[in-house]
Design a protein around this ligand. Structure first.
Ligand code: ATP
Ligand code: PRP
Length: 311
């Protein structure tokens, strides 16, 4: 009761309590300097340095709590958000930032050695999934394509959707399903279960969501800006090099920077130093191109945090 009373005036942020998104979500909070101590077995933790409380919930429940305005912000998968929005038949939360982790695909899978090669061949059969609403919507569109909207309205759904909460991949081998709809990242689980993917329902990643009426909008903005800074810092590195001023126009296209490169004069006549942010994934080829174009002393520095600016 004491803890619940101390929530007054705090922004409530829902965070996955376990599972695939847990570690990356905590790393993101740490990078954003959201300091907290979670007592053993308690699902609410107060932050020491900000008027925020973290609420640890199952990934599937987070869109429910944020959608009903019980929590103001939340971290969960886009798949969970989409499943919830279809179930509620309304857009109850706002997806405000893709977080770049928890990337996977929700796919239709069938026994690799079986006869089914196309998702349309599952129409009228049984599909097992933890995502019944997304799957129903997907198979509904196949049925409308096959039989027309009128026939669908008249006869209803022909494909049977069955919910299971986990180990979905076992359903075909156990004779419960002709196909499944489940998440695939590396494909190891699917392969081990003797399944193969025949189509993709949606691609997903972790996302920051916001309720329609957060109780402290300024604090929500501050958290968003901090998280953006951490993500941006991970995405970019700082590249600096020296180059004769006469070659500047050549290298400008190689390192245009986020807004523009910083150019400063060197003590040596005719030379300048250039600094620009470069996408981490492109940095090796950018260095090759700079080298080729005549740049010297090319250095790459890690960015530990950043703030992009609001306007
Ligand atoms: N293999 C995966 N690779 C990347 N992200 C995944 C993977 N599996 C799940 N996710 C993401 O993590 C979210 C939570 O999945 P996870 O299986 O960890 O849930 P959970 O909260 O532990 O629930 P459950 O008790 O049903 O397993 C998913 O909705 C999805 O967005
Ligand atoms: O393609 P992969 O890299 O093998 O990942 C896919 C698996 O990960 C998820 O389950 P998880 O392991 O989280 O457990 P669960 O079945 O209990 O949900 C998902 O439901 C798949 O089973």
């Amino acid at each position: 009761m004491e803890l619940v009373n101390s929530l007054d005036g705090r922004l409530l942020m829902a965070v996955p309590k376990k599972g695939r998104l847990y570690d990356a979500a905590l790393t993101l909070l740490q990078g954003s300097d959201i300091q907290f101590h979670r007592h053993n077995r308690l699902d609410i933790a107060l932050c020491h340095n900000l008027p925020i409380a973290l609420v640890f919930l199952g990934a599937a429940d987070i869109p429910v709590f944020v959608g009903e305005g019980r929590c103001d912000l939340g971290i969960t998968g886009q798949d969970q958000v989409a499943e919830h929005q279809i179930a509620e038949n309304q857009v109850s939360v706002e997806e405000i930032l893709e977080l770049g982790f928890g990337k996977c695909k929700l796919q239709v899978q069938v026994p690799a050695k079986g006869p089914i090669k196309d998702p349309k061949e599952l129409v009228g059969k049984t599909v097992v999934t933890s995502f019944t609403h997304l799957s129903k919507e997907y198979f509904k569109s196949l049925e409308v394509e096959l039989f027309g909207a009128e026939a669908f309205e008249r006869d209803g759904m022909k494909t049977t959707m069955k919910y299971v909460g986990g180990s979905v991949e076992a359903a075909c081998a156990l004779g419960v399903a002709d196909g499944i709809v489940d998440l695939v990242e590396s494909g190891e689980t699917m392969k081990a279960a003797g399944l193969t993917a025949i189509s993709t329902v949606m691609a997903t990643q972790a996302v920051l969501i916001k309720s329609k009426h957060p109780r402290n909008p300024q604090m929500a903005e501050l958290i968003l800006s901090r998280i953006k800074g951490v993500i941006n810092a991970k995405k970019y590195v700082l590249c600096s090099y020296n180059i004769p001023r006469t070659l500047l126009s050549v290298v400008h296209n190689i390192t245009p920077g986020r807004r523009a490169p910083t150019i400063t004069s060197l003590e040596e006549e005719g030379w300048v130093a250039v600094q620009a942010m470069v996408e981490r994934s492109r940095v090796a080829s950018v260095m090759d191109e700079l080298d080729e174009a005549g740049a010297h002393d090319i250095l790459v520095t890690q960015i530990t945090n950043s703030r992009v600016g609001k306007h």
